[in-house]
Design a protein around this ligand. Structure first.
Ligand code: KIV
Ligand code: ZN
Length: 523
């Protein structure tokens, strides 16, 4: 590896999935992993195999499926974790076990209840055990930035001696400043006698909004691996955003003389996929992938942009996969233009999928004055999601207004059976959800119901996000539905969430919903 090469370690599927409510289904994880692999991510942390059967299966499947990336799994410093992780990653062309233990006084005293000497013994034994299973072992000092440097040096030396090939020094609680973080790496590399035998890694949380700045400072301190996530999702305030570190390095080569293997033109597409499968919307002004990241509103800016794009843009939209034109499609657009548009947006649909999507696009264009890229994306994402669904919304009629009771008449297709129910409720959305509950009895709490317009205007498509929570287990699923009619979008989103519950149930992760039984029982 050349001295300016930076290894990109993506932990969207592990630390990112730990964001409250960001759980992904097995298939969604595979889809994200495939795109990360294609984008040039060097290492994909695919999950935490001991955490659940679902995580183990996902890491195993990703290890089998991916082509280029190293596949890592996370393991605590416990033998059964390490063995389980080894089992899951062994199918990868290049497997890695990532094991970690806390090193800070506060974690040792309150969480681990262990002495410093005991932790050193644990590091030695667990890293050696991992190294017996795979050649590529990463060791992390959890809460490194709040660990006294003398003790941290001893931990790092012990881990390398036991066989760790990568040493990760996380800012677990997002407490460090860039200068401090850089110095920590400089000190460790200067003082640990065997430091030259390992690659050093940064892993920064964003509690003070410094995750990306700290990660880049870590590079100046000699680290050559960055752990990050798409859209910066992760525990609490999240992790360093992959797209931001990659584009900072690409754009500011003058002060950040490093390289990554990332195909940056794929960043926007991956960001959208992660936002869709986690139902975590990307904030409009988010750097690199936010909707406004390349939008110019003020007259002065627009004037400058028309004369020379470099007046107000430090990188081109194309370099991150954003197309400049956002208003091109309408009811006069034909199948060919639609297909080209899909290609431009990064979709490759089969013939049947394309036909269905085109028919829905035409119907939308008839009802809506302007069809924006975001409308098409919402429509196609919805189309793709529907193909994996066992319950589908066939028709919905709602009586709303001041004269109550608000009433919904809903027909669902459940595994090919058409069932209809009329229900009332406290408002039209409540009536719809009551109809769904009557058709598919289930006991879960509606933890989130959110509506936002995909684009502007009163004819904009509505996108509804739903989060359902199984109160018994605390497990959550999130899903979206899009339609020009907010009530139809609400029904679709709820039904999509139920489909996800069914998938979880099939994996034995969630009890209490039996769609087949419930469908047979009927309304
Ligand atoms: O933030 C952290 O310390 C972690 C470790 C498990 C690497 O996520
Ligand atoms: Zn973390």
């Amino acid at each position: 590896m050349s001295s300016d090469q930076v290894v990109i370690f993506d932990t969207t599927l592990r630390d990112g999935e730990q964001s409250p409510g960001a759980t992904m289904t097995h298939d969604e994880k595979l889809e994200v992993a495939e795109l990360l692999d294609a984008m040039g991510v060097d290492i994909i942390e695919a999950g935490f195999p001991i955490a659940s059967e679902g995580d183990f299966e996902a890491v195993t499947a990703i290890a089998k499926r991916t082509q280029n990336s190293v596949i890592a799994g996370l393991a605590r410093a416990i033998n059964k974790d390490i063995d389980r992780c080894g089992e899951a990653v062994k199918h990868a062309r290049r497997p890695r076990i990532h094991t970690f233990v806390s090193t800070s006084p506060i974690h040792l005293a309150h969480q681990m209840k262990k002495t410093q000497e005991e932790v050193l013994d644990i590091i030695s034994a667990t890293v050696a055990r991992a190294r017996n299973l795979v050649d590529n072992v990463e060791w992390s000092a959890m809460d490194a930035t709040r660990t006294p440097i003398d003790y941290l040096c001893r931990c790092v030396e012990t881990a390398i001696k036991a066989g760790a090939t990568t040493i990760n020094l996380p800012d677990t609680v997002g407490y460090a400043t860039p200068d401090e973080y850089q110095k920590m790496f400089e000190d460790i590399r200067a003082r640990v006698p065997n430091a030259g035998k390992a690659v050093f890694s940064v892993h920064c949380h964003n509690d003070l909004g410094l995750a990306v700045a700290n990660s880049l400072a870590g590079l100046h301190g000699g680290a050559r691996q960055i752990e990050c996530t798409i859209n910066g999702i992760g525990e609490r305030a999240g992790n360093a955003a992959l797209e931001e570190v990659v584009m900072a390095i690409k754009t500011r080569g003058d002060v950040l003389p490093y390289r990554t293997n990332i195909e940056s033109a794929m960043l926007n597409r991956v960001s959208k996929l992660v936002a869709a499968v986690t139902s975590f919307p990307v904030q409009y002004n988010k750097a690199i992938v936010g909707r406004n990241a390349f939008a110019h509103e003020s007259g002065i800016h627009q004037d400058g942009m028309l004369k020379n794009t470099q007046t107000y843009e430090i990188m081109t939209p194309a370099s991150v996969g954003v197309t400049k034109t956002s208003l091109v499609m309408g009811k006069h657009s034909g199948r060919h233009a639609f297909k080209e548009k899909l290609k431009e947006l990064g979709y490759e649909l089969g013939e049947n999928q394309l036909e269905d999507a085109f028919a829905r696009f035409k119907a939308l264009a008839d009802r809506k004055k302007h069809v924006y890229d975001e409308d098409i994306e919402a429509l196609v994402d919805d189309e793709i999601a529907q193909q994996h669904e066992r319950i589908k919304v066939l028709s919905l009629t709602v009586i709303a207004g001041t004269m109550g009771p608000q009433t919904a008449t809903l027909t669902l297709d459940i595994d090919g059976h058409h069932v209809t129910k009329q229900a009332t409720g406290n408002g039209p959305v409540d009536a719809i959800f009551n109809a769904i509950k009557a058709l598919v009895p289930h006991e879960v709490k509606l933890a989130l119901y959110q509506v936002h317009a995909v684009t502007e205007g009163t004819d904009a498509q509505a996108e509804v996000s739903i989060r359902l929570e199984d109160e018994a287990t605390g497990k959550q699923v999130t899903a979206k539905g899009a339609d020009p009619d907010t009530l139809v979008a609400s029904a679709k989103a709820y039904v999509s969430a139920l489909n996800k519950l069914k998938i979880k149930q099939a994996k034995g992760q969630l009890e209490g919903v039996d769609l087949q039984r419930d469908a047979r029982r009927g309304p």
